[in-house]
Design a protein around this ligand. Structure first.
Ligand code: TXE
Length: 466
């Protein structure tokens, strides 16, 4: 009998469903089907592929209520945030569709002005763009529509076949995405789900795929990179972070505090670009803390199916002990607990929103990815001290600086190695801009034109008329 995956509702701990998982044999069979179908898909006019993706766009909007309810049931994401995620995908699709032809277009880069070889015609040089082939899309649970869609939408548009492994913590949503794409006209053998946990993901990497696009943790990202290395295939890793924010002495403090509280706690802190540590200049610290605490206290914690809920349960049970350990470590080393710090006494994986102050970099909460509703706020005496602390991490996804002086903020951001730099904003992603990380935050970029062309490889044509 095939192994099964148990889908648990994080808000109630009730079993939603058991689903058979893929093993090596079924993964190999799915790979073979994708390989056989891919060239036919790539040979279609781009307009045909665009038509399918635009139908998918329509269906997302039409079915948002049911899709959001499913996402909330299996991940605990508050329903309003689930709807927000799904309804933001059409904007990304618009960007991809608008730029697909431009990225895919062949280019004639040289034509010999006169015949150089007697008896032969003139030479022409051209660049054609070809899809990678069959790619693996190994996805995460925290934003299945975003992080999956950033890969599978441009990959399909560019003519690739996609073996899509949703996270084991968002499998039902993954299944819904597969059904919607097939209903939209994407052939069954061009977008194929691989169901299961890391074992199914590892089996996928054993196949002779042409690229792997992964979203998840640094630890698993390393394993993916190691498995992919001997294949010499395109490898993209969208990993986590320990994203810092600094509030300068000249910041508009109330707006900064409200914005950063949202950046730290939106989606229960389970965003790759969630604000994970905050540094505040001593001159504005008290005012900042007052507004920050008031904002956190205004967040409604509870049933994620309630449209007013801002904080639901965390999506994965193991995260609860990571959060509790970080809080205990901070308190043992002298931090002050301003609120939260414990599980809710009710069924479900609820952790109360937690604010720690008097923190420092000996504490894990300021060093290791938290990925939950816990934030440390540290007082600093100067921009130089803030920069040194923000630099103290192996990660490099995003960094934010709040202040009224653009030159000063940009100067600080220039000293940090991150894929995204935010001035007076945070926890923000745009389809027009590349999403990438430095250091342990990843490899390669999704979104922007770079995030479309990454699903292509150039071919050089040297053409001499005979
Ligand atoms: O991640 P994993 P998980 C971080 C975050 C979170 C932690 C664990 O800190 O708490 O990771 O989450 C598949 N070969 N992020 O367990 O292990 C796995 O089945 C091939 C940050 O979800 O990285 C899933 O589909 N595949 C992040 C995917 O990899 C393997 C988002 C991610 O799993 C595999 C998510 C293997 N050996 C978690 N092992 C972000 N960037 O936002 C696992 N997988």
């Amino acid at each position: 009998m095939a192994d099964v995956l148990s889908i648990i509702n994080p808000a109630t701990e009730a079993l939603i469903q058991e689903i058979p998982v893929d093993d090596r044999a079924t993964v190999a069979e799915k790979y073979a089907r994708a390989r056989a179908a891919q060239l036919g898909w790539a040979a279609l006019p781009l307009a045909d592929r665009i038509k399918c993706i635009l139908r998918f766009r329509e269906l997302l909007i039409e079915r948002v209520d049911a899709l959001a309810a499913l996402l909330t049931a299996e991940t605990g994401k508050p329903i309003t945030q689930a709807r927000n995620e799904i309804l933001a995908v059409p904007g990304r699709i618009d960007f991809f569709v608008e730029h697909a032809a431009q990225v895919l277009a062949p280019e004639r880069v040289y034509a010999e002005p006169a015949v150089a070889l007697p008896g032969m015609g003139v030479l022409e040089e051209a660049i054609a763009q070809e899809p990678l082939g069959v790619i693996a899309n190994i996805s995460a649970w925290n934003y299945p529509y975003f992080v999956g869609g950033n890969v599978f939408i441009p990959a399909l548009l560019m003519g690739n076949a996609v073996l899509y492994k949703p996270s084991e913590f968002a499998t039902l949503t993954g299944g819904a995405i597969v059904s919607l794409l097939h209903e939209s006209g994407i052939p069954q053998n061009i977008f194929i789900p691989i169901i299961g946990s890391g074992l199914s993901g590892a089996a996928l990497l054993e196949q002779p795929i042409d690229g792997v696009f992964f979203t998840g943790s640094y630890a698993t990202g390393q394993k993916i990179a190691i498995a992919a290395a001997p294949k010499l295939i395109r490898t993209q890793l969208e990993l986590g972070g320990k994203d810092p924010a600094y509030v300068c002495a000249d910041a508009k403090v109330a707006a900064a505090a409200a914005g950063l509280a949202d950046g730290a706690f939106y989606n229960n802190g389970q965003s790759c670009c969630a604000v994970e540590r905050i540094y505040v200049h001593i001159d504005v610290y008290d005012e900042f803390l007052e507004v920050f605490m008031a904002t956190v206290k205004s967040f409604k914690l509870g049933d994620p199916t309630d449209p007013d809920t801002y904080l639901g349960p965390v999506s994965r049970k193991p995260q609860l002990s990571i959060l509790a350990d970080q809080v205990a470590d901070a308190l043992a080393k002298g931090a002050t607990l301003r609120c939260g710090g414990e599980r809710l006494n009710r069924p479900g994986w609820y952790f109360t929103p937690t604010v720690l102050t008097e923190v420092n970099h000996t504490m894990t909460v300021m060093q290791e990815e938290t990925f939950g509703p816990v934030i440390g706020i540290q007082r600093v005496a100067s921009d130089e001290e803030a920069v040194a602390l923000m630099q103290d991490t192996p990660y490099g996804l995003t960094a934010a600086v709040y202040g009224t002086d653009r030159e000063r903020a940009v100067g600080i951001l220039h000293q940090l190695k991150t894929g995204s730099a935010y001035w007076n904003c945070c926890d923000r992603v745009s389809p027009r801009l590349p999403w990438s990380g430095r250091g342990h935050s990843g490899l390669g970029a999704t979104l922007s034109l770079a995030g479309i062309s990454t699903f292509l490889q150039p071919r050089a044509w040297h053409l001499r008329a005979g």
